[in-house]
Write a protein that binds this ligand. Structure first.
Ligand code: GDP
Length: 176
């Protein structure tokens, strides 16, 4: 039957970035608000959302939030282990948080197993777009190949949230 052919996969997505850039707010905005057919569970380490991709495939997205540990740069190896997608968040009104974005990428790469590094997807999310009146452009210094995608978002207004997460769930490799 169609059911026995059904494919299921788990996708581990971690949020990284300085304290107060809006990681928890983005997680809440996505988990609580987006898909109608979703089951959101607030757990100690991560939240999950079940997404029906098409008739034959569904995905459980595990969204990991730092729970404030990033303040002391003390994220544990377990936080990084098995990451499929990392969302590096910075606050567009905080140049310091932007300047730390690459440090977070380096730290992430240092923890992810060598053989998985080429599969790792890194997305840079510029949060709090509602705080700027004009459109926000990708900063010059970020025009390099250290990440796969760049998305401007606002956890407050919801701008870019669908683009960010649909970009993740629509780009799951076939072998998963
Ligand atoms: P975290 O420490 O990275 O998890 O950041 P939080 O989610 O706790 O957010 C830090 C602060 O920024 C809180 O006061 C949020 O209300 C605020 N914040 C988060 N996202 C946005 C946003 O998109 N726009 C605005 N204006 N404020 C935001």
């Amino acid at each position: 039957t169609a059911d026995t052919n059904k494919k299921h996969c788990n996708l581990k997505v971690v949020l990284l970035g300085d304290s107060s850039v809006g990681k928890s707010s983005l997680a809440a905005r996505y988990i609580v608000g987006k898909f109608q057919k979703s089951n959101a569970t607030i757990g100690a380490a991560f939240m999950t959302k079940n997404i029906q991709l098409d008739d034959n495939k569904d995905v459980t997205l595990e969204l990991w939030d730092t729970a404030g540990q990033e303040r002391y740069r003390s994220l544990t190896p377990m936080y990084y282990r098995g990451t499929d997608v990392a969302i590096i968040v910075y606050d567009i009104t905080s140049p310091i948080s932007l300047s730390h974005a690459e440090d977070w990428i380096e730290e992430l790469r240092s923890y992810v197993d060598t053989e998985r590094r080429s599969d790792l997807r890194i997305i840079l999310a510029a949060n709090k777009s509602d705080l700027l009146e004009e459109g926000y452009k990708q900063p010059e210094e970020l025009r390099n190949n250290k990440f796969n995608d760049f998305v401007v978002v606002s956890a407050k207004t919801g701008e870019g949230i669908n683009i960010l997460f649909e970009g993740i769930t629509n780009n799951i490799p076939d072998e998963m």
